[in-house]
Design a protein around this ligand. Structure first.
Ligand SMILES: [Cu+2]
Length: 131
């Protein structure tokens, strides 16, 4: 089975506007742990969300920069993992697994387009680029 890996974040954010992103991120100057982390596109899955009974479990993932999160649909119907802001939109037929790599910090609330009551959130910190 093919499992596409979708990356979201920096690229889209950069294209979306705000051309000037030189805001200071760290505490003064070049130190260890700057804001230029490199995320590996095929990194192991850091978190798994199971979709069962038309619920995301867990509903909130406390992720980190560069985390890859996998959603597995154990229901007999199709669900989606769709960002509230449209930055990602993945359909999961029954039994399917899809992965997303999070390279942009902040909260990423998402929902199922088919079942409006299904809601979840991915939290990730920091910013990175895909190696
Ligand atoms: Cu659904």
């Amino acid at each position: 089975m093919r499992i596409p890996l979708l990356a979201l974040g920096l690229l889209a954010a950069t294209l979306a506007g705000c051309s000037d992103e030189r805001g200071p991120k760290g505490n003064g100057g070049p130190g260890p742990g700057g804001s230029s982390a490199s995320c590996v596109a095929d990194a192991p899955v850091a978190h798994t969300v199971v979709i069962q009974g038309s619920r995301y479990d867990p509903a909130t993932v406390d992720g980190k920069l560069c985390d890859t999160i996998a959603w597995t649909n154990r229901d007999a119907v199709t669900h989606t993992v769709t960002a509230d802001d449209g930055s990602f939109d993945v359909a999961l037929p029954a039994g399917a697994t899809e992965k997303l790599l999070f390279v942009e910090g902040g909260d990423h609330p998402y929902h199922c387009k088919i079942h409006p009551g299904m809601k979840g959130t991915v939290r990730s910190g920091g910013e990175g680029t895909i190696a």
